[in-house]
Design a protein around this ligand. Structure first.
Ligand SMILES: [Zn+2]
Length: 507
């Protein structure tokens, strides 16, 4: 399932899964869906969806600025400093010491308790539209993102139907996203058995890389790769320098683990052992080493894998790693029986594991932090019975990520600069979003006004996520996003969506 699941019956017929995928993701079938959609909605043919980013070169002494933000605490590449930030045509074109007196059509003075941050970049979000829009859609997900200070997100290729495994599927998804997004949205492609001939076309159409699984994905239309297939696809991606992002749990290890069953969390945890992650991660590392391709490990949970990841990086393997707020803030020991809101795959592990992940983050072995926002409807979380073997695995935290990480980081004496490095700068750099994730001259004026000392209590009913369920219900958090700017304009959650659909290389 998201990563999220891998709950296929042991020994289930892989061919059945591949047949479902072939039918649902058939390019001809999808071309028919596109034609029908265009006719029904009056969308002309062509590369309609997907606004290009138009970048204008400006200088502060040229025409008037559109916006100036003045603050005592502005998080720049020089740290947190007092600055005036000048914006023209959506781009940061001036960055002067506070008091310089930049003029603009609109001047905003930040309050003394506010810090101006670059908007966050979340490269791991499952939006699920089209196909499973009742789980989450473009409008609801991007509202949640904006409310949480996230101004750019990348959508995963699965859980929506069809899966984004060929160019028509990407075009179809863009038709749904167009005009609905409150923040900028880019897309991952999928690498599944048999779609190697489609990878280059998806790359040329602007996906930021390709996701694959090494065990059942949780949805039949997105089958997983065997290790040799992973290696073959890595070799293909190497030819155009794309990035493979991997859900690394080993299929055989999960098949041989105890089955998850019932309401006891420890039983679920035993069904997703660290060894399954460790084994798959070792496989990814070696296949990346052999092919020279770029690889990225998704949602690291097992801290056991940190030494081999560090070792591979020292060897020069082109490898990065992410982890997620749930692995950094929750503890297996504290998860109540039947609390399936906490179910995700790989699972939340023990306190000692969490401490080791924080060490890996601080020492740079782990590169960044993303949400793995993976919603479902309430009934699929099996709340009535609380059976971890039945419930969908996936945690929604798109709106809460910054506050979650900041609350925990602050407790550990870690500064906001590092949090922003993990949640904005580094993810943007890894996926090639050259104008995102940093508050500096020439970057998009995507900004979050953050009040780090504000406190609030999480109330699922007040989140913008489509389905009101969260393992953080009732948790007291520090730090609140008060406003978000997208290319220099305040994001109005009740207004017209102004986000753009991004293509690799154009943002
Ligand atoms: Zn995911």
């Amino acid at each position: 399932m998201t990563d999220e699941d891998g709950q296929q019956e042991p020994g289930a017929d892989v061919d059945d899964t591949r047949t479902v995928a072939d039918r649902v993701n058939d390019p001809e079938r999808i071309r028919g869906l596109i034609a029908a959609y265009r006719q029904e909605h009056g969308v002309p043919d062509g590369r309609a969806a997907g606004t290009r980013t138009v970048r204008t070169q400006g200088s502060p002494s040229g025409p008037e600025l559109d916006l100036v933000l003045r603050g005592r605490r502005v998080l720049t590449t020089a740290g947190v400093v007092a600055r005036e930030v000048g914006v023209r045509d959506g781009t940061i074109v001036a960055l002067e010491p506070l008091g310089a007196g930049l003029e603009a059509r609109q001047v905003v003075e930040l309050a003394d308790d506010e810090v101006l941050l670059p908007g966050l970049v979340d490269t791991h979000v499952h939006i699920n539209e089209p196909g499973r829009t009742s789980w989450e859609g473009f409008a609801s997900a991007t509202r949640a993102a904006a409310a949480g200070g996230v101004t750019t997100l990348l959508d995963m290729p699965l859980n929506s139907v069809p899966a984004t495994v060929n160019a028509p599927a990407l075009e179809y998804k863009r038709l749904f996203a167009d005009g609905q997004v409150f923040v900028d949205v880019g897309f991952w492609g999928g690498a599944v058995p048999g779609n190697a001939p489609h990878l280059r076309a998806l790359h040329d159409d602007g996906v930021f890389g390709f996701k694959c699984f090494l065990l059942h994905s949780g949805v039949d239309e997105f089958p997983h790769l065997e290790a040799d297939e992973l290696e073959a696809d890595l070799a293909v991606l190497r030819t155009f320098d794309s990035l493979m992002i991997v859900h690394a749990e080993d299929s055989r290890a999960i098949d041989r683990a105890p089955r998850p069953d019932g309401a006891v969390y420890a039983s679920f945890l035993a069904s997703r052992p660290r060894g399954a992650e460790n084994l798959a991660i070792a496989e990814v590392i070696e296949r990346a080493r052999w092919t020279g391709a770029r690889a990225h490990l998704l949602h690291l949970s097992s801290s056991d894998a940190l030494p081999m990841i560090a070792s591979a990086k020292r060897d020069g393997v082109d490898l990065t790693v992410e982890t997620c707020p749930h692995y950094l803030t929750l503890l297996a020991e504290e998860i109540p029986d039947g609390a399936t809101a906490f179910k995700c795959c790989p699972p939340v592990r023990e306190a000692s594991n969490r401490e080791a992940l924080w060490e890996g983050l601080v020492d740079g072995t782990i590169d960044f932090v993303v949400s793995d926002h993976s919603p479902s409807t309430l009934d699929l979380k099996d709340l009535e019975n609380g059976d971890f073997g039945v419930a969908w695995g996936g945690i929604s935290s798109l709106q809460l990520g910054l506050s979650l990480i900041w609350t925990e980081a602050r407790r550990r004496g870690i500064g906001l600069e590092r949090v922003v490095e993990w949640m904005a700068t580094r993810p943007a750099q890894r996926v090639g979003l050259r104008s995102k994730g940093t508050l500096a001259l020439g970057f998009d004026a995507d900004l979050a006004v953050f009040a780090p000392d504000d406190a609030f209590v999480v109330d699922a009913g007040r989140l913008h996520h489509r389905n009101p369920i969260t393992p953080y219900q009732g948790r007291a958090l520090s730090g609140r996003v008060r406003r978000t700017y997208l290319r220099g304009e305040p994001v109005d959650l009740e207004g017209t969506p102004r986000g753009q659909l991004l293509r690799r290389g154009e943002a």
